[in-house]
Write a protein that binds this ligand. Sequence first.
Ligand SMILES: [Zn+2]
Length: 283
Amino acid sequence: MSINGKWKYEDLTWPEVNEAVKMKLIPVLPVGTMEQHGPHLPIKMDKWTATEIAKEACKKNPERLLFMPPVSYGFTTHVMDFPGSVTINYNTFIDYISDVLKSLTYHGFEKIIVINGHGSNMIPLELACRKINLESTANISLASWWGLTIVDKEFMHKWRESKFPGGCAHSGEAETSLALHLDEDLIQMDKAVNEVYGMNKHESDFEWVDLFGQGPVSMISWTSENSDTGIAGEPLLATKDKGKMLFDESVNNLIKWGQEFHKRKFNKRKDHHTSKAKSDMPG
Ligand SMILES: [Zn+2]
């Protein structure tokens, strides 16, 4: 049962928001950014993918999930050498996301899902979600759309042809396939090039990046130091069919997580101090 057939938070009235809380609906907040995605993909990519996947999951499961208006700007400083990227200082971003989440917990929502579309948002988003988990009685869970495609360990073997690691680092096989599935008319495949090495040009066993894994050493700096096109991957291996597979897998696993999250019982915090604290804790 949904609220009068609605699945979007922004369409509810305030009494319906109370109803949504009573029904224990889980708000799903898509977060992306505006970021260059090579010469063939639009800068809306990361907002677009997270939003469309969240929309589809909420539309299909309105008795459990509630679609939140997306956050369109994120932490994107490392690609500012490419026109079009918009970045939000990470402190501002953490505060902004925390305030959105805390507004929802204030109204009574106890479980919230954040679905991310932009790799560099992950660290500040983890901090924002953890902050609200510690400062409220609510539980916030965070996933990226691509992370939701590796629940079944075998799934990647069904679609991936590009080199691992590197073929799906940025604007590569996975993102370009998903974009072709979402709107192939918008994608300029004639401008796509494989720049496999991109951020992986040093071919190191220690430092490498891919959407589906990361080396033990991290050293993120300006994207323009290592990629001329803004691509780090193999977009020429992208197809619309692979994009549909990725989209469906991510949507279905978002729905499944929503069901598991809904059922999950959370234990109460226990403070094991024997003497009363004399000050607020740091952090
Ligand atoms: Zn992206």
